[in-house]
Design a protein around this ligand. Sequence first.
Ligand SMILES: [Zn+2]
Length: 261
Amino acid sequence: MTFLVIGIDAATWKIIKPNINELKNFRRLMKIGRYKTLILNEKPISASAWCSIFSGKTPEEHKHKAFVENGNLKTRDDIKVDFIWDILHKQNYDVRALNIPFVIPPYNFNCKFKPVGYGLPETPDEWQEELEKVTSKAIEILEEKPDLLCVVYSLLDRIQHFHWNEPIVLEWYKRIDSVIGKLILYADKFIIISDHGFCDRDDAEVQTLPEKTPRGEIKGDHDKEAILITNIDYDIEKLQDVFYAIMEEMKNGQGNYGNGI
Ligand SMILES: [Zn+2]
């Protein structure tokens, strides 16, 4: 059995729900599973939110609030928590983490992967490259039937910052929808989650980028409404619950998950 967590940075129901007939994998998974809006209790900052999701800790506990601190990029070792993969690995589960953007460049556990654009893909070519490279690496891992794979796509966040309210955004949701369809074939249990939602820059909870950048004007930014789709029973109410949901599922699935004790 494989438990698959697919993170889609910045995915929002604002795009998915009105276009659901064009997003057939989202539609199918929402139908066979359950879905909801996760309202963040914390600031919708990617570094902090992904850290909360995979450590089960609040920002006050994990103290990782931004990619940069005192002018330096923070690294995994600066964050004094055990992540879900650290804990389950010690319990002999086969656990992999691919392209997890709580640090720049994104973090990998038990797999080798070179992130596209240092984890900040900014051109259409880089967005496509990330989509393809992350997907093919994820499939390579899933073929080995790990107990848990956590994988994150970061491209939608970048696309929406530059193109919010433009038709091109939906095109990329369709491409994400298509790769979800490929990965999900390997999963018995799944969680699909975003770290925050998205909205007009002027309405945003946080302005994570200046209005004008060398790559163009910033049109959208983060809000507090993340998405969740899952086929597990655990009641996920906040980002941190994902950690506990996975732990619980692994415990209940003892014997079903390959290498578990
Ligand atoms: Zn994000």
